[in-house]
Design a binder for this molecule. Structure first.
Ligand code: GLY
Length: 558
């Protein structure tokens, strides 16, 4: 009798709970900006590694084969989710200002920003964080030894990889700077020429640098020969790095920004990224308006108004949380959202000048990289990495093969002046020794009862709005092919305009938005390079997609 009762109870529980959801997808999926990096991830998974090992392998391989976008001389944010206990964390390997950095270090005698110093050569570089993050992820969350995880990247550096269109195009932009540094040019543009598509780039010194990291872990980069060569090379060329800066650098774990949105839980980037807070604010602001049922013009208008307000707050409040008190509780509260919402009119744009602010400068670029991956057990990584401008500072420290970032340019170099992207910033993001510069990188994981999305993209100030559009598309039921290829639009408070890819808005839609008071600026150049993965738990199906805007990506399920 008792066992019959138990059987009925179990049947009832199963019926009420619905169909069983898979614990893990049983396969892995990786989407990155380069097929050789995606392959490196699968290689370590096939050797018994988990998603976290794969994340280090993909990051290190991207550092070799996509040097324009990220590297061991740069930094990034790795958002990790562990399936076994539901633990999530963000590994912050963001660069930080060297100890000798000063608030006005990029100002000339007239108080103007010296653009050359701020973006070109070693003075533009923060202390790199990528290597510390790789070691931390591998030691804390991986299954394989670091040396095994770095092996594919070391091989790619030693044996070389073929030049593709993106390598060539972005180098074309930075070549005139790189040519000032013969050691750097010899690696990336042999013979001082732009390489042809298919030419093989061999990075022998980088292979040795990676091998020292593989052998000695954190100290293999932040002490010993690598640190010495980086500091010496940087200082000889006008930099201010010291061995102490390297000895002091540590990757940090941050609690991801967590957003409950209906049945979905979003995990996204915490400060020093501005992405998570801005995404949360936009979703909070738009929800009660019933955006899903809106027509295109109403929806673009509403999103632009929400983006405007979130980017205003980004400029006012956000910076390195170890240096500034960020009022996260207030910014994410329902009361604050209600107050901001009350300033949104559906028939009229509010000029940004009517939202109080005291502009100062904040800079960042649009070249970065993102990958998304999941392993067979359901461990997930969403990671966005950068050296800032293409090829970073365009300077590699002799003997190391390490291209330095120019991430110092993401600080506010001078108050009250918009940057090349028109972003503004305040005191919270002023330069201070040891401080991490504000970022827009927004690696994100959205977990629903039946579907999970892993997504992110490069794209400077537009990263956040691209991720928001991807999230909304996912929430509407679409898959990663759709998120990555969606035509994009964006508002960032200042400049006070909706910028849009050509395919994003019809002429009639533009006219309707203009009638509400918006300035609409259509761009011919597409933006972003989104890499995304979806796991449908109900059918236990994985899908991976790379942005069609660039052809070199590798998205695969195995
Ligand atoms: N350098 C771009 C960013 O961190 O947002």
């Amino acid at each position: 009798m008792l066992s019959r009762f138990r059987f009925i109870l179990l049947a009832l529980v199963i019926a009420l709970a619905g169909p069983a959801l898979a614990e893990g997808p049983g396969k892995a999926a990786i989407s990155s900006a380069h097929e050789l990096a995606t392959e490196a991830g699968f290689e370590v998974i096939e050797k018994g590694g988990n998603a976290f090992d794969a994340a280090v392998a993909v990051s290190a391989a991207l550092a070799v084969v996509e040097p324009a976008s990220s590297g061991i001389g740069g930094g990034g944010f790795w958002l990790l989710h562990r399936a076994s206990d539901g633990f999530s964390t963000m590994v912050d390997g963001r660069e930080e200002a060297p100890g000798a950095a000063t608030r006005d270090m990029y100002l000339d005698e007239n108080g103007e920003v010296n653009r050359d110093l701020a973006i070109n050569g070693p003075l533009a570089a923060g202390i790199p964080g990528a290597a510390a993050a790789w070691v931390h992820i591998s030691d804390t969350y991986g299954k394989l030894p670091l040396a095994e995880v770095l092996a594919p990247a070391i091989r790619l550096a030693r044996e070389g990889f073929p030049v593709d269109v993106k390598y060539q195009q972005l180098l074309n932009w930075r070549a005139h700077i790189m040519l000032q540094w013969p050691y750097t040019a010899a690696i990336f543009m042999p013979g001082d020429e732009l390489p042809e598509i298919g030419d093989v780039i061999v990075q022998t010194d980088l292979a040795a640098t990676l091998a020292r990291l593989a052998e000695s872990g954190h100290d293999g980069f932040y002490a010993g020969e690598t640190a010495r060569l980086l500091v010496e090379g940087s200082r000889k060329a006008g930099g201010i790095w010291t061995l102490d800066d390297f000895a002091n650098y540590q990757a940090t774990e941050r609690k991801p920004i967590t957003i409950e949105h209906g049945d979905y839980t979003l995990l996204t980037a915490a400060p020093p990224s501005s992405g998570g807070i801005a995404i949360a604010q936009v979703l909070n602001l738009i929800e009660p308006f019933g955006w899903k049922a809106m027509g295109r013009v109403d929806r673009v208008h509403l999103l632009a108004e929400a983006m405007r307000r979130a980017y205003r707050d980004r400029a006012l409040y956000l910076g390195d949380p170890d240096f500034v008190d960020i009022p996260t509780g207030m910014l994410l509260s329902d009361d604050y959202a209600a107050g901001l919402r009350s300033t949104i009119r559906m028939d009229r744009a509010l000029p940004s000048s009517h939202l109080a602010a005291d502009p100062s400068r904040l800079r960042e670029s649009d070249n970065t990289t993102h990958f998304s991956l999941i392993d067979a057990d359901g461990n997930m990584v969403s990671a966005t990495l950068t050296v800032n401008l293409p090829y970073g500072a365009a300077f590699a420290a002799p003997g190391t093969g390490v291209l330095l970032n120019n991430e110092m340019d993401d600080f506010s170099a001078k108050a009250a002046e918009p940057n090349a992207y028109g972003l503004i910033g305040f005191e919270a993001n002023a330069i201070e020794p040891g401080k991490r510069m504000l970022s827009s990188m927004s690696p994100t994981i959205v977990m629903g009862p039946e579907r999970v999305a892993i997504l992110g993209t490069p794209g400077g100030s537009r990263i956040i709005t691209m991720v928001i559009l991807g999230i909304l598309d996912f929430l509407e039921g679409n898959g990663p092919e759709s998120w990555v290829s969606l035509p994009r639009f964006h508002h960032q408070y200042l400049p006070d305009e909706i910028s849009a890819e050509r395919a994003a808005l019809t002429d009639d839609e533009i006219a309707a938005l203009e009638a509400r008071g918006h300035v609409v600026s259509v761009r011919d150049r597409p933006w972003g390079n989104m890499h995304a993965v979806m796991w449908e738990r109900l059918t236990n199906t994985l899908s991976a997609a790379h942005d069609p805007r660039l052809e070199s990506g590798g998205a695969e399920v195995r």
